[in-house]
Design a protein around this ligand. Structure first.
Ligand SMILES: [Zn+2]
Length: 154
């Protein structure tokens, strides 16, 4: 997986999270995706993700960025928000981390609405990794309600 493929995948994941979260309030979309450490680098950072993504060598190569920065926001809003997709954890954990951050931003922007709503409950669903699948679950009981964050068709 090269950098473009990785960014495409992260864009898809972030947009899927947004589609689930923002239906009831406003339409948010992915505005930008970039290397998290790029802003701190005096020169453009050159990555070779093909040799490192998908195995465990991230932990031993200290010059790689810790994650990919995802900018999200409502189409007509002036405020945008940043979330990080971490590269040093498994994909389910990275999806959970990204979903939780985007969820926090949307709840803040919607004055504390429970997003995404837990069916029949007043609290929002929680992002979690259950058996290496990133899911939205009822925080009281995963047996009450659990649904994959990303459809298994993708
Ligand atoms: Zn619940």
């Amino acid at each position: 997986m090269d950098q473009n493929q990785l960014f495409d995948r992260i864009h898809f994941i972030a947009q899927t999270i947004l589609d689930r979260l923002s239906d009831e309030v406003f339409e948010w979309r992915v505005l930008n995706i970039e290397n998290d450490s790029q802003l701190d680098q005096p020169e453009p950072l050159i990555l070779d993700l093909r040799s490192t993504y998908g195995n465990n060598s991230f932990f031993s190569s200290g010059d790689l960025p810790p994650g990919v920065k995802v900018e999200v926001g409502a189409t007509r809003a002036k405020n945008t928000y940043f979330a990080t997709y971490p590269l040093v954890v498994s994909e389910p954990d990275a999806i959970v981390t990204l979903a939780s951050q985007i969820q926090d931003h949307l709840i803040e922007e919607s004055w504390g609405s429970p997003l995404p709503a837990c069916p029949g409950h007043t609290h929002p669903l929680s992002a979690d990794n259950i058996n290496e699948v990133a899911v939205w679950r009822c925080p009281a009981s995963s047996e009450y309600y659990t649904t994959p964050i990303i459809s298994s068709n993708h």
